[in-house]
Write a protein that binds this ligand. Sequence first.
Ligand code: IMP
Ligand code: MG
Length: 176
Amino acid sequence: MNYHITQLITEEEIDRRVREMGAQISEDYAGKSVHLICILKGASFFMCELAKRITVPVSIDFMSASSYGAGTESSGVVTIEKDLEDPIEGKDVIIVEDIIDTGRTLAFLKQVMEEKGARSIRICTLLDKPERRVAPLTSDYVGFTVPDKFVVGYGLDYDQKHRNLPYVGVVEFTGQ
Ligand code: IMP
Ligand code: MG
């Protein structure tokens, strides 16, 4: 199917917002350390930029999960493809995600991390599509709220492509 990508959020807007989010997190966690957990692959671009803007001590880890279902929508059956390397017991964890859509993936992962004994768990997402939410999940830090459109760039992919765009764009299908 043919498609083109229309810019939705510019590189400058993202940079500015990521700085603000880093400053907010630094203020909220003053006197503590934060353990950032990046949900691969999409959130990797965002997490690196965010981590650089946080001024309290930061440690990082990575996790990968897939949710399978009929069609393009996630089913809520989430499989962990790559688990954490470091224990999170007693840590102040921030889960870093690229986009929250139905919320099913993060609702599951948050529960898993609660069971592993994190001291606190917050969620930080670059993008939020609240119209699509199915699982009762809110993010503590949201970069931008986006409409119910398929977006790519800054880590987000369409068929594994376009993650490297420095901006966020909407995929518009032209039908042929
Ligand atoms: P959910 O919140 O469990 O529905 O799943 C969220 C995941 O679906 C995200 O981490 C993305 O990997 C993917 N996703 C949802 N919406 C988009 C989009 O607009 N563009 C690219 N990936 C998306
Ligand atoms: Mg993802």
